[in-house]
Design a protein around this ligand. Structure first.
Ligand SMILES: [Zn+2]
Length: 448
């Protein structure tokens, strides 16, 4: 290396060093600013509306700008949205005849175009044009419009967006305004409250067939647990009923009536199988297993009334304990039938023993009214002597009621039944609600 070269090299190094120092200073400053911004973002006291990361072209020292006003557009845009320019186009041409399965297909001159906005996982919105071509089968002459499993025949949203919106509503129990805000921020998806409402109705319609099938399953089951709870629909008292089968099929039914006619409508006039229920009189005409948890609560309420009340409670608890222990042994049917008689005699004995005590009239009437229905489950291996499974299943709807208060329309309530039944069944059966809903929507909205 010549001295000239050496000095040139040294000079370069010094310059480079100065550059790096400067850059380091800048980075330090930027780092500080980023920390401040992060703190601001993470501060739980920052209102969510202010938690917006600044655009890149803003200098970090500037104040956080007020976010653009979100919410319903003035005068409501309505359900129809401007169609976006698709990023890609899919030509959908059937490769076989939907009628005779022949592969001999000719593409014709007609095409149905749908512009579908959808969201493949994870969260980026895609816009796809589906040109669904009309085709003709050269074997049987059948002409039809080609179908695509990701292109609903009506509406501008794809299956994943439909599932996503439904899940925000049902899994996260989101209110519609919050869902709107969430998908705008998180997914950059612009949709009006009415648009969300329409999606829920469309998905509900698509779940209807599944719902009808479920009614048949509820009818054919060996036993079912039933419960009902009050719910307001546009300010009027309605009842939300649930039916849960031995195989964890769950049906939600919302009706104005709390009476027998709902049971007749769902189960038929002569229902098969046993019904696990509480003491509500609408159930009394059916074959019942009365709930022991309710009975225990009834008698426990009289523990402090008198010494007899205390003993009654102890006797009923002891009876229930024996029933439980017997069931846990998984006895044979012959044993069950024999034991059923013994248990019934024992309970009759308890009733006789306490019937002279006036202060215990209420729990004894409760006991007597259930006579013949306290031990039915003995003849149905696997059936529970309590209605806890129904009460567990109704709980999520009680939480929903607490959150939304009431249904704003009968249509909304009707629709809730269809979607909630499908999702609750998935949950009870340990199936993925997203996958199941997707399947149903593909089948009903795209391929039907
Ligand atoms: Zn054909």
């Amino acid at each position: 290396m010549t001295p000239d070269d050496y000095f040139k090299k040294l000079e370069d190094t010094i310059l480079r060093n100065q550059e790096l120092e400067k850059e380091n200073e800048e980075l330090k400053k930027e780092n500080e600013d980023l920390k401040k911004r992060l703190l601001y973002y993470e501060n739980p006291n920052t209102p969510p509306s202010a938690r917006q990361i600044e655009k890149a072209d803003k200098t970090p020292t500037e104040n956080i700008p007020a976010p653009k006003k979100r919410g319903a557009p003035i005068g409501h845009k309505g359900a129809t949205r401007p169609t976006k320019e698709p990023e890609k186009t899919k030509e959908v041409i059937a490769d076989h005849c939907e009628k005779c399965n022949s592969p001999n297909i000719e593409k014709l001159d007609k095409c149905e175009t749908s512009i579908i906005e959808d969201m493949p996982p994870p969260q980026k919105i895609t816009t796809t044009r589906y040109n669904r071509w009309k085709v003709k089968c050269l074997d049987c002459g059948h002409q039809f419009i080609s179908k695509h499993p990701e292109c609903p025949k009506t509406g501008g949203f794809g299956i994943f967006i439909l599932v996503y919106i439904v899940m925000l509503k049902f899994f996260l129990r989101g209110v519609i305004r919050k869902i709107q805000d969430f998908v705008l921020r998180y997914n950059d998806l612009e949709i009006s409250p009415k648009g969300i409402h329409d999606i829920l109705l469309r998905v509900g319609e698509a779940c209807k067939k599944d719902y009808e099938d479920k009614i048949q399953k509820i009818r054919r089951t060996k036993w079912r647990y039933i419960d009902e709870t009050g719910i307001k629909v546009i300010g009027i008292q309605f009842w939300l009923w649930i039916f849960r089968t031995d195989t964890n099929e769950l049906l939600v039914v919302i009706r104005k009536s709390r009476g027998k006619k709902v049971l007749e409508e769902i189960l038929g006039k002569e229902p098969e199988g046993v019904n696990g229920t509480d003491g509500w009189r609408a159930y009394s005409w059916m074959k019942l297993q009365r709930c022991w948890a309710h009975l225990l609560r009834q008698v426990d309420a009289f523990i402090d009334v008198s010494e007899n009340g205390k003993r009654l409670s102890e006797d009923i608890h002891s009876c229930f304990k024996k029933l439980r222990e017997f069931l846990d042994r998984d006895p044979s049917m012959a044993e069950r039938m024999e034991k059923k008689n013994l248990f019934e005699k024992e309970l009759e004995g308890i009733i006789t023993k306490y019937s002279e005590f006036k202060e215990l009239k209420k729990p004894l009437t409760y006991l007597k009214n259930g006579c013949g229905c306290w031990f039915t489950c003995l003849l149905y291996p696997g059936m529970e002597p309590t209605n806890n499974l129904a009460e567990q299943a109704i709980r999520e709807h009680v939480i929903m009621r607490k959150i939304i208060g009431c249904f704003r329309s009968e249509k909304g309530a009707e629709n809730y039944q269809y979607i909630a039944s499908l999702l609750a069944t998935c949950r009870l059966q340990d199936k993925n609600g997203f996958d199941e809903l997707e399947k149903v929507l593909r089948r009903e909205l795209c391929m039907s």
